[in-house]
Design a protein around this ligand. Structure first.
Ligand SMILES: Cc1cc2nc3c(=O)[nH]c(=O)nc-3n(C[C@H](O)[C@H](O)[C@H](O)COP(=O)(O)OP(=O)(O)OC[C@H]3O[C@@H](n4cnc5c(N)ncnc54)[C@H](O)[C@@H]3O)c2cc1C
Ligand code: SF4
Ligand code: SF4
Length: 424
């Protein structure tokens, strides 16, 4: 692999993470003339937004925003992207950082036309991470239809097997290279921006909410995939145990968040995410009854408040102020939710067809610590110290945010990165 590393020292910016925050930071800096490298650890750019069915508050598909960004990247020779890549080391100081990048083998080169013949020839199936394991994909796969780059990838599990050979033989474009090895190279950049984002909090850790024990309890991110046309049920929201169309659904707010035993902070987006998902259910099942159990509804700003207000007028959506204390499942797969109504003090027992846990955000940097001189909070968020140097954090790597605020934050951080480069 040949890598262009000749950008002038002090004139270039490295963005770690190619989700919406990283893409925006990169484009804002590149479009005013700076060289930008994006290092993304997965096989595609897009981050979590690529897994959403619709965006609140407009309820448009995330494809719109991502496709515009992809086009801007394609049209801008100053942006270079590396997927399946991670930062191994950052050394130096503002204006002169030496960064070591490791790229894992994809086993598919740029000849790939996405014809899919390798996938058809491959027998091995793996859990589909894009759909949170709710279905399988072949071990030769396109990460998802909005992938950037549009290029297949072979899962390492088939390397060295007959299946890998079958994939290679099936490819008419000489795009499969089974001898690809991990590669390491260095870049010199003036500033580094961490846009490493978040992952859903592991709901199996919330013992009292039954996730992992009861099939008909799903997380909010699984709900995004169930509602998505390119998801495991082709967009039909069906309860997992028996594919029944749900007539009643409970949303359990603050599942893990605002809880000293799990995530002590508010995850900011999960009230709006449940309100949005209530609209998915209402659109598919006009008679379904929806129960939203909450401690406080947090819908910051006029647009989100309006969204909430509209749903409050819906006679099939019931807002119950009360924290869910426990759940159980009966022999028919129905879920019983137990909560105390904070207004009346009554104990409520409600049986529903399925429940959705509004699980919160945990920064990826908690487990995968940036290998750079950075301060990480006890919850894993990267703390910005603007007096210190030229390494910054943006978007959900820094705090829980929605997309609009991530984009605004990215514009500001792009400016900080440019200032760091200029100061040197
Ligand atoms: C259920 C749910 C629904 C939501 N719906 C909406 C909505 O409708 N509207 C809205 O505005 N917001 C919504 N959000 C919030 C939205 O998902 C976030 O605002 C958005 O994902 C933030 O983008 P980001 O780029 O900061 O992080 P991410 O999307 O997490 O992107 C981070 C990127 O960095 C990569 N990465 C991670 N670690 C590394 C590493 N070490 N090296 C290299 N790359 C790395 C990741 O692979 C990923 O591509 C929702 C959230 C949830 C939980
Ligand atoms: S790797 Fe080859 S066979 Fe597979 S999708 Fe790409 S071009 Fe088609
Ligand atoms: S956004 Fe709502 S559901 Fe999420 S942690 Fe905050 S209050 Fe709880």
């Amino acid at each position: 692999m040949s890598v262009e590393t000749t950008a002038p020292a002090g004139g270039s910016i490295l963005v770690v993470g190619g989700g919406i925050s990283g893409l925006t930071t990169a484009l804002e800096a590149a479009e005013v003339g700076y060289e930008v490298y994006i290092v993304e650890k997965s096989p595609s750019l897009g981050g979590r937004v690529a897994q959403l069915n619709q965006y609140f508050p407009k309820l448009c598909p995330p494809t719109c925003g991502l496709e515009i960004n992809y086009r801007r990247i394609k049209d801008n020779p100053r942006v270079k992207t590396f997927t399946m890549a991670e930062v191994e080391k950052v050394e130096g100081s503002t204006g002169n950082y030496d960064v070591t990048i490791k790229v894992s083998p994809r086993y598919v080169n740029s000849n790939c036309t996405c014809c899919g013949d390798c996938s058809a020839a491959c027998d091995t199936e793996i859990d589909n991470g894009y759909n949170f394991g709710m279905d399988k994909v072949k071990a030769a796969y396109l990460p998802h239809e909005m992938s950037y780059p549009q290029r297949y990838v072979l899962d390492p599990v088939i390397i060295g097997t007959e299946d890998a050979k079958k994939c290679k033989e099936a490819c008419k474009y000489a795009a499969i290279d089974l001898d690809m090895e991990p590669k390491t190279f260095s870049l010199r950049v003036g500033s580094v921006v961490y846009a490493t984002g978040w992952e859903p909090y592991d709901a199996t850790k919330i013992d009292n909410l039954g996730f992992g024990r009861y099939l008909n309890i799903v997380t909010n991110m699984m709900m995004e995939r169930l509602a998505a046309g390119n998801g495991p049920t082709a967009g039909n929201i069906l309860r997992p145990s028996d594919d029944k169309a749900p007539e009643t659904i409970a949303f359990v707010q603050c599942a893990g968040s605002r809880d000293e035993n799990h995530l002590p902070y508010c995850s900011y987006i999960c009230c709006m995410a449940s309100l949005k998902q209530a609209t998915y259910v209402r659109a598919q099942y006009p008679d379904a009854k929806i129960y939203i159990y909450y401690i406080d509804m947090r819908t910051p700003g006029n647009r989100y408040e309006k969204f909430y207000k509209k749903l409050k007028e819906d006679e099939n959506i019931f807002f119950v102020k009360g924290k869910v204390a426990e759940v159980s499942e009966d022999d028919n797969g129905n879920i019983e939710v137990v909560a105390e109504n904070a207004v009346t003090g009554e104990k409520i027992r409600q049986t529903v067809d399925m429940a959705v846990l509004a699980t919160g955000m945990q920064p990826t940097a908690l487990k995968d610590k940036p290998k750079a001189d950075l301060k990480i909070s006890e919850y894993g968020f990267v703390v910005n110290d603007f007096d210190k140097g030229g390494i910054f954090a943006v978007g959900c790597a820094n705090k829980p945010l929605d997309v609009v605020s991530s984009n605004q934050n990215a514009t500001g951080i792009a400016l900080k990165a440019i200032q760091a480069v200029k100061r040197s």
